[in-house]
Design a protein around this ligand. Structure first.
Ligand code: FCB
Length: 451
């Protein structure tokens, strides 16, 4: 199967970056060589993870990274996005864990040797447990801890990193972790969620200052998840609900980052549910960004509640992925355009996009035509946004391989490479082969622009 893009598409330009993405807790395993984190603790609580699994072994990437890197290279990607496990590189007393730092150092050297750009995420949700015991993201001191962590990592990695992201999806850490309680650490409290969001944004700002000082030539920024919010009906109440949801889920993070202010919705919240914001905070959050990372999977539909708030309506009819998420590629073009119209956006990178499908390994093959179609449709959606003026520098498929999908455990497969967990054998899916062909044809075109 082939992914077809218009011949003249800017996605096929030499400068456009194609890559695959992973995150430490989801693939590494090797839990005995790092400190425990909030996701280890969450997994050990009965009922939290659908299949009762954990991240102790995951894809055993810690021991198989060289093979995995060969797999990445075989895809002809320009870049690889991965995250650093905080508790693998920093000890509880704040000193460096040299063995952990060496692991990432070797990875960076190997990527460099293969000519693959490293996109490093500093925080993809695995807060060390000892920091959680001190209050975690609820304790404002976390800002200093994160700044120090960013400083130590960026000094150790030097100029081998092409791009840093301070945080991955602060909305998920704050809302899913502290308000909805379905992610670690599993707290359900509105004010806590908002306070955590504020501390995450502050930590981002503090780390940005460090990154710009230590790595002025790297592309430094942050990754947010966005989902265009639609009204469930044409009623005024539902339209207002969708707008509020957009303010709360999307703009709550993007507006502080780009304009140094929260959406007006904040003023409408009862006083005791607002975050504590100190003088100077908003300026720290709004550090200039070299790029904005956007993760996109689906749209969301909202209806009004009787309390004047909003609630999402689960999709039922449209094509759905295994996550129950609607396949809605035009939402990606729409949200990119609306952000472009509303803000002075820095260059954008699509840092995650992909789908969980009911994959099966049959006679050594995994045929996933629906995932191939998903990628093609979303790449075309990116193409359409570029055509309409949005500056987009790259696209990363989520994910390189099947892995630990948070509260869903290993039940949901997002990889373009299939992982058979009992044997840890990797098998390239049809979607992996299709992306491989696309990435290779882009490289060939760059070498031979006339053809
Ligand atoms: C995103 C996460 C990523 C992965 C995908 C499916 O929210 O950043 O780790 O779980 O969803």
């Amino acid at each position: 199967m082939k992914i077809n893009l218009p011949k003249t598409s800017q996605l096929l330009d030499n400068k456009f970056i194609f890559g695959v993405a992973t995150a430490a807790f989801q693939i590494e395993g090797g839990a005995d060589s790092r400190l425990p984190c909030i996701w280890d603790d969450f997994c050990s609580q009965p009922g939290r993870i659908k299949d009762g699994s954990d991240g102790l072994v995951a894809c055993d990437h810690i021991h198989r990274w060289q093979d995995d890197l060969e797999l990445i290279e075989s895809l002809h990607v320009d870049a690889y996005r991965f995250s650093v496990a905080w508790g693998r590189v920093i000890n509880a007393d704040g000193s460096i864990n040299q063995q952990g730092m060496d692991f990432y150092s070797q990875l960076l050297d190997a990527l460099q040797a293969k000519g693959i750009k490293a996109f490093v995420t500093l925080y993809h949700w695995d807060l060390p447990s000892y920091l959680q015991q001190q209050g975690g993201w609820l304790n404002r001191n976390i800002v200093d801890k994160f700044r120090d962590y960013a400083d130590k990592v960026s000094q150790a990695f030097g100029d081998r990193v092409y791009s840093y992201a301070t945080l991955n999806e602060p909305f998920c850490s704050a809302y899913l972790g502290y308000e909805a309680g379905i992610h670690a650490p599993g707290v359900q409290d509105r004010q806590s969620g908002r306070q955590v969001a504020h501390h995450l944004l502050l930590a981002h700002g503090a780390a940005m200052q460090v990154l710009q000082k230590n790595c002025p030539t790297a592309l430094n920024g942050i990754v947010v998840n966005v989902s265009p919010c639609y009204a469930a009906s044409a009623s005024e109440a539902d339209k207002r609900a969708a707008q509020m949801a957009d303010s709360y889920h999307n703009q709550w993070y993007i507006q502080p980052l780009l304009e140094g202010s929260y959406p007006d919705l904040l003023q409408q919240l009862p006083e005791h549910e607002r975050p504590v914001i100190e003088e100077g905070d908003m300026a720290l959050i709004a550090q200039p960004l070299d790029y904005l990372g956007i993760n996109y999977y689906t749209r969301t539909v909202f209806e009004a509640t009787s309390q004047g708030w909003f609630r999402d309506v689960k999709p039922t009819t449209a094509p759905l992925t295994e996550m129950g998420w609607e396949v809605f590629p035009q939402g990606l073009t729409e949200i990119l355009l609306s952000l472009h119209q509303r803000y002075a956006l820095p260059p954008v990178y699509i840092t995650e996009n992909g789908a969980a499908m009911p994959d099966e390994l049959l006679q050594g093959q995994v045929d996933d035509p629906r995932r191939v179609a998903y990628f093609e449709q979303h790449l075309l959606a990116v193409h359409a946004a570029i055509e309409q003026g949005v500056r987009i520098g790259g696209y990363f498929a989520w994910s390189l391989m099947d892995n630990f999908e948070w509260a869903e455990g290993y039940l949901k497969r997002f990889g373009i490479v299939y992982v058979d967990y009992p044997t840890q054998q990797r098998t390239m899916k049809t979607s992996g082969l299709a992306l491989q062909q696309l990435f290779q044809s882009k490289k060939n075109k760059a070498l031979n622009p006339i053809s």
